[in-house]
Write a protein that binds this ligand. Structure first.
Ligand code: ADP
Ligand code: MG
Length: 457
């Protein structure tokens, strides 16, 4: 039984144990990536939905794995928009091998997958510089030229899909280029957390192998650091890791979706450490830069695409480079199907499909209306200043749903809808609900209900 075969059997099992609607919406789009230790790693859904998906389906997935006699104990769901680490890790996985062999590879002590290699495509050369990121680029170059000596830590923040992971790994790749002996460690903050938790659970020698891994490096890169918010023991460990590396003159690089101060639940001492070096933000690229990025990506794919076609695409996706790249890939694919060069018509065809397919063709107005109806509060109260619990909770959930379901809506804009609130207030409301979703069953039910109401076609 290969990995693919095992997964199809699991899906067949899930069709028996879950509602058809849920299987269609959530399970069918999942992709099994590989096996690590006793876990099956599965690419699931957007990061923002992950905790809900985990609480709803984790047990069923584990059960399905047992049912089909998979050689794993559990399923680990990883977010679709943040799983490069895993994809890189399993890039060389031999798909024709049986799952039992895949597991054995690791049993044999061939720790093939332990350290995460950098993605070689994420280098400086492939990074297009424009006014939105020229400062970031200069800072990254300076750090790569003399790690540990210029900006330490380098803290990069900004919206999703804007090149934070790319530029961070570019620094690592560049350092290795000038000295291949340098020890570079790139992890996501989730990986740091799991490594730490595992080290506590399994080691008898204090967590010395964990410390060795994280403290004996020349450059430590932790991606999406915001996810350590609220995890106190991990933060404590990170604090010591930070101090030791810093004092030894080793370089630390961090990314986040926001400034250190705006990360709720981040320890003050850690926050102030993060602010020591250089905090640099990355903004959505302007039109010229977007066109240049598309040109670069097309060239990397050996595609020769007319300027006006690139320009047309760049005009259609205006805030997220990752989405723009997705569009480009679909256009290239469709052009290949038609056996012609990408044209504006082809781009339009792809765009049409994207719009029709997205079930989340939902506006903030629709969400506000549904939330009012569901909780029986008036629109004025929901958007207004009242602070009693009966309106605060629905308001926070409404904000959460908007950030979750409405694409590309800037937080500041949501703030405006809600009576001119600040973007950090919006962020706070969103995080609060996200947190509650993990612990509070009532919140979970309410959010699931509301989503069902909104997504029903
Ligand atoms: P983030 O980590 O900020 O969410 P990523 O670094 O994963 O974003 O970038 C998403 C995609 O967009 C990657 O494929 C990356 O190569 C590409 N990208 C983003 N910014 C640039 C840029 N300035 N030049 C070239 N490619 C870029
Ligand atoms: Mg990233």
């Amino acid at each position: 039984m290969t990995l693919k075969e095992m997964w199809s059997k699991m899906v067949a099992r899930l069709e028996m144990t879950m509602q058809a609607y849920s299987v269609d919406t959530w399970i069918r789009s999942m992709v099994p990536l590989g096996i690590e230790g006793e876990q099956l790693i599965v690419k699931a859904c957007a990061q923002s939905l992950l905790s809900t998906i985990v609480t709803s389906f984790q047990e069923k997935l584990n059960e399905a794995a047992r049912f089909v006699d998979a050689p794993v104990k559990s399923v680990l769901l990883v977010p679709q928009d943040n799983c490069e680490e895993w994809e890189v890790k399993f890039a060389s996985l031999d798909e024709s091998k049986s799952v039992n062999e895949l597991v054995k590879l690791i049993d044999d002590g061939v720790q093939k997958y332990d350290s995460v290699p950098l993605n070689p495509k994420y280098n400086f050369e492939n990074f297009v510089v424009g006014s939105s990121n020229k400062f970031l680029y200069a800072a990254a170059r300076a750090v790569a030229d003399s790690p540990g000596q210029t900006y330490n830590p380098l803290f990069i923040y900004g919206g999703t899909g804007l090149g934070k992971t790319h530029i961070m790994q570019a620094i690592g790749n560049d350092v290795l280029l000038s000295d291949e002996k340098k020890r570079i460690l790139y992890v996501t903050s989730e990986k740091f957390v799991t490594d730490f938790v595992t080290s506590i659970r399994t080691s008898k020698d204090g967590n010395s192998s964990f410390r060795k891994k994280y403290r004996e490096v020349d450059v430590l890169m932790i991606d999406d650091i915001q996810f350590i918010a609220g995890k106190e023991a991990t933060q404590e460990e990170m604090f010591h890791t930070f101090n030791e590396l810093y004092q030894a003159g080793k370089q630390i690089i961090l990314t986040s979706d926001r400034k250190p101060k705006e990360i709720q639940g981040l320890d003050d001492r850690l926050c102030s450490r993060f602010e020591w070096g250089l905090n640099v933000d990355v903004l959505p690229p302007d039109l010229e830069t977007r066109i240049a990025i598309l040109q670069k990506k097309a060239q990397m794919n050996n595609q020769n695409i007319d300027f006006e076609v690139l320009q047309f695409m760049a005009e259609k996706v205006d805030s997220n480079v990752r989405e723009m790249e997705g569009l480009l890939n679909k256009v290239i694919l469709l052009a290949r199907v038609h056996d012609e060069k990408p044209t504006i018509e082809i781009v339009q065809e792809v765009l049409k499909e994207i719009v029709v397919k997205s079930e989340e063709n939902i506006t903030s107005e629709m969400i506000i209306e549904k939330v009012c109806e569901y909780f029986n509060v008036s629109k004025n109260d929901l958007l207004g200043k009242k602070k009693n619990r009966e309106v605060v909770e629905p308001r926070q959930m409404c904000i959460y749903l908007i950030t979750d379901l409405v694409h590309n809506m800037p937080l500041a804009k949501i703030g405006n809808i809600f009576g001119g609130r600040d973007h950090t207030t919006i962020m706070h409301a969103r995080d609060k609900v996200a947190q509650k979703l993990e612990t509070n069953i009532k919140t979970k039910v309410q959010i699931t209900d509301l989503k069902d109401l909104l997504l029903r076609r």
